[in-house]
Design a binder for this molecule. Structure first.
Ligand code: FAD
Length: 288
């Protein structure tokens, strides 16, 4: 998907600089005027669109001193701590779910599988995390990439991933660095209860706990949607209460990522909406 997007964008003349990190967004007289990367390159522009999350954009890249106090406080208050752990597997087999024995195991391999047997089960997993404990019996969402694309693993090997929750960003006991392996192994053991052929599988895991997702992908709190998608952070309360525009208090600075309405998922809707607003304002001569 990202490769297809890149091809279209480059065809339209977009200059993409992968690996560059923005150090700060330039603000002059309450207007965004460009950005400077950590290696010192300066970009000057009439508008800036940021799909970094709202906290990162406004508190880190802009800085609270450029914001009205109330806006800075509202951004600070965004719920953005993630309960998600992602585990990527390289394995000698794909999971087989006994419930699909008669209909064919491939059904659970070429399609996504969600495991959350009851509301009580999910509530217990959630309560564990609320107490600072990793869910003992977690919720699982599983996708097997090599089942649909054989180029992803060598002959006889497979890849699949598990998106699992609830896992607190901060553990009540110990740290993720101390406990990452133990916690992931427990999740795998619980998963093997649902997919028993995993119990003796030859497996290599890449474990991404919430702080790992934060560090690796630049998502504050490790939050996959740049902030909880809950009613109090939806509609005109995303990113902050009273939002009517993708442009916040700094003229010419737009949030175009999932921290803005309508939020996360691979759909591009915040970017589409923000781009249209920015184009309309440019055409109206607002940043001349
Ligand atoms: C583990 C995981 C699983 C997910 N599963 C699903 C799923 O199954 N279905 C689904 O629809 N969605 C899923 N999502 C969510 C989906 O990926 C996001 O909603 C979507 O990618 C949001 O796109 P975005 O453009 O808003 O921002 P993001 O993809 O969040 O991108 C923000 C970008 O800003 C960059 N950035 C941050 N700071 C800087 C800086 N200083 N300089 C330069 N760049 C910076 C980050 O590196 C990142 O690339 C998942 C996300 C994760 C992390």
């Amino acid at each position: 998907f990202t490769q297809a997007l890149k091809k279209v964008a480059q065809g339209l003349g977009v200059d993409i600089r992968p690996g560059k990190e923005v150090h700060h967004i330039c603000v002059e007289g309450e207007r965004a005027t460009g950005a400077v990367t950590t290696d010192g390159e300066e970009f000057h522009s009439r508008i800036v669109l940021s799909n970094a999350d709202p906290k990162r954009t406004y508190l880190k890249l802009v800085g609270a001193r450029y914001l009205p106090d109330e806006y800075a406080r509202d951004i600070e208050n965004i719920q953005i701590t993630s309960p998600v752990m992602k585990i990527n597997f390289a394995c000698d087999r794909l999971p087989e779910y006994p419930g699909l024995r008669d209909r064919g195991y491939e059904l659970g391999q070429t399609g996504g599988v969600t495991i959350g047997p009851s509301i009580e089960y999910l509530q217990r997993a959630y309560e564990d995390a609320r107490q600072g404990r990793p869910a003992d019996w977690p919720f699982f969402s599983i996708h097997a990439q090599s089942a649909v694309d054989r180029t992803l693993a060598p002959e006889g090997k497979q890849t699949f991933s598990i998106f699992t929750q609830f896992f607190p960003y901060e553990l009540a006991e110990g740290t993720w660095d101390e406990r990452r392996d133990e916690i992931a192994k427990n999740a795998l053991a619980r998963f093997a209860w649902f997919a028993p052929n995993m119990a003796d599988a030859e497996i290599t895991m890449q474990v991404l706990a919430p702080p790992d997702i934060e560090a690796r992908f630049g998502l504050t709190g490790g939050h996959i949607f740049q902030g909880e998608l809950v009613p109090e952070q939806a509609f005109d309360m995303r990113p902050v209460p009273g939002s009517r525009s993708y442009q916040g208090p700094i003229a010419g600075l737009f949030l175009c990522g999932s921290g803005a309405w309508p939020g996360g998922c691979v759909m591009g809707a915040p970017g589409h909406n923000a781009a249209h607003e920015a184009i309309d304002r440019l055409r109206a001569g607002e940043y001349a």
